[in-house]
Design a protein around this ligand. Structure first.
Ligand code: NAP
Length: 528
């Protein structure tokens, strides 16, 4: 019998109608069904607002941090089981699955420690008092407290665990209850994860709800005390943030969307050097990890004209060596993409890129596969395109192909590469492979405005580099423009989305007494 994924709302598990099937993208076998027709979303919001919210707000930051630590520990106990589910439903290799599950636990544990560092307070003091009149008694200052609504988190299909953890950790630490909605096609991991947390009673009633399937009329009932944090395609992001009720009630919205991330090789980096090897290694990893279905994956590769042939040859050689196939096979380094629709989308994207670039490795076909039944599964081999005329290669700068696909392009000067990179109109991350300080300076000054993160892969840190693909909780994640204009994580910075900053004016000693249990924000122990 097919397993039915349930939603956890109003403190109980409910099955909805009108179900969509979840498949194993390697075998196309049906794994489960999920739907939400019949779920009472207004009641779900009310339950979270009136049960979960007060319970979380009655706790100190340190106590909420303990909840996050308990979540991370509970997930850790079920790590192997969750990894198997990610392999089955996401087509992830074991290593890709660990990346997702461990990323989730790591982020929860990081914010657990941040809660500990903030300590017993519930009220945060932002900055020092400022004098507002001739009398030193009359001052102004800022405090920060959680909004009294619900944090609704809508996640993309590619990171069902990490996507959940990175948003939930921050909202719960801030003191807001969470309703999390994984993408339906890969919801198996998120459903089991929440089931584990509910079974273990890690959180107060109403602090965490789950929706497996469409959101129905949920978003119609959001108010100015609620938050909507979305990760997914730019199209869906636009539609959600433009909803009339979201605009009318000034619901806070954070969008993490498409990104045409770049890798830039400086002309000081010679083939065979440590910096060059890092450049090749990280591009190949980024293109093939999770079959390129990472928001941070490198999509555009810029090299000086005289390095184009070397870069092409080495990337082609290494991409050819990647074994594609059943992710359960130990030799396989890249599994399928997550769904049939995703495969069709990627192939259509490769065709579009074909109008401005030539394939030099792969063409959207399945290639040679390991351990896969004939005709089954959503496979393609990694695709490297080359556009020798980057200035007229509009599609390469504007269309994100969300799979194992990147385009290699030559540049002529620092100004030229800056112009080309900025044509993506806002990205999550660009990586610069350089040792030259002037080049690095030009990249910082010329690209920061268009990026949430710049990653520098110089030869001295080559062996320590985590690459652009890992979203670290201590650094901000997000990007302007096409990338959604959002910002998440970044240690204490991420909590801003869930806190209201309020200015207080009045008698300094009186305010000081009323705020005696408040604490300075950001916490000094939080480091970055
Ligand atoms: P998507 O189709 O936009 O879906 C994202 C989420 O939105 C899913 O949970 C989906 O639910 C939900 N959704 C779709 N329409 C909705 C509506 N009308 N109301 C409420 N929810 C709705 O994106 P995706 O295919 O899952 O993810 C791929 C995209 O995500 C890529 O473009 C990638 O760049 C982007 N991404 C960005 C980041 C980042 O941090 N910037 C991270 C990961 C992925 P259903 O599944 O139920 O339809």
């Amino acid at each position: 019998m097919t397993r039915i994924l349930r939603s956890h709302v109003s403190g109980r598990w409910v099955e909805g109608d009108d179900r969509q099937t979840l498949l194993d993208p390697t075998t196309e076998q049906v794994l489960a069904e999920a739907g939400t027709r019949g779920v009472d979303f207004r009641a779900a919001l009310d339950h979270a607002r009136h049960r979960g919210g007060p319970a979380l707000r009655s706790m100190s930051f340190a106590q909420r941090g303990e909840l996050l630590q308990a979540m991370a520990s509970a997930i850790h106990e079920h790590r192997d089981e969750l990894i198997e589910l990610a392999i089955a439903n996401g087509g992830n290799t074991r290593s890709d699955s660990k990346f997702d599950i461990d990323g989730c636990m790591g982020t929860l544990a990081y914010y657990a420690n941040l809660g500990k560092a903030v300590g017993d307070a519930q009220v945060l003091l932002d900055g020092e008092p400022v004098r507002l009149s001739r009398s030193p008694r009359y001052v102004g200052r800022h405090v920060m407290l959680p909004l009294q609504g619900v944090a609704v988190h809508v996640n993309a299909f590619n990171f069902p665990a990490w996507g959940f953890g990175e948003k939930a950790a921050v909202a719960l630490l801030a003191g807001m209850p969470v309703i999390t909605k994984p993408a339906t096609s890969t919801a198996l991991v998120a459903e089991r994860l929440v089931e584990i947390l509910v079974e273990r009673k890690t959180l107060p009633d109403g602090a965490l709800s789950l929706i497996c399937g469409p959101t129905g009329d949920l978003l119609d009932h959001l108010t100015g005390q609620d938050v909507l944090a979305f990760t997914g395609s730019a199209d869906t992001g636009r539609r959600l943030r433009g909803r009339p009720e979201i605009l009318a009630r000034s619901v806070r919205v954070n969008v993490e969307a498409d990104s045409l991330n770049s890798a830039i090789l400086c002309n000081d980096t010679d083939p065979g050097s440590a910096g060059w090897d890092l450049f090749v290694r990280e591009i190949v990893k980024d293109m093939t990890q999770k079959a390129g279905q990472k928001c941070t994956a490198i999509r555009r590769i810029f090299v000086p004209e005289d390095r184009l042939v070397d870069a092409r040859d080495e990337l082609v050689e290494q991409l050819r060596a990647i074994k594609v196939g059943d992710p359960r096979e130990a030799s396989v380094k890249m599994g399928p993409v997550a769904t049939r629709a995703q495969l069709d989308d990627v192939r259509a994207g490769i065709k579009r890129l074909g109008s401005v670039a030539t394939p030099v490795q792969g063409d959207g076909g399945r290639g040679e596969l390991v351990g896969v039944a004939a005709g089954k599964g959503y496979f393609l081999s990694p695709v490297l395109m080359m556009a020798s005329e980057p200035d007229s290669a509009d599609v390469a700068h504007e269309h994100e192909v969300f799979g194992p696909v990147a385009t290699l392009m030559p540049y002529q000067s620092v100004e030229h590469v800056l112009r080309l990179v900025r044509r993506a109109e806002g990205s999550l991350v660009t990586t610069v492979y350089a040792d030259d300080k002037d080049f690095v300076q030009a990249m910082i000054e010329g690209l920061s405005s268009h990026h949430g993160r710049l990653n520098f892969g110089s030869s001295k840190v080559a062996e320590h580099s985590v690459g652009p693909g890992t979203v670290l909780p201590m650094l901000v994640h997000g990007g302007p423009g096409r990338a959604g204009g959002g910002e998440e994580l970044g240690a204490w910075r991420g909590l801003d989305l869930y806190l209201q900053r309020t200015a207080l004016q009045g008698d300094e000693p009186l305010l000081a007494k009323a705020l005696s249990r408040a604490t300075t924000w950001p916490p000094s122990e939080a480091g970055s």
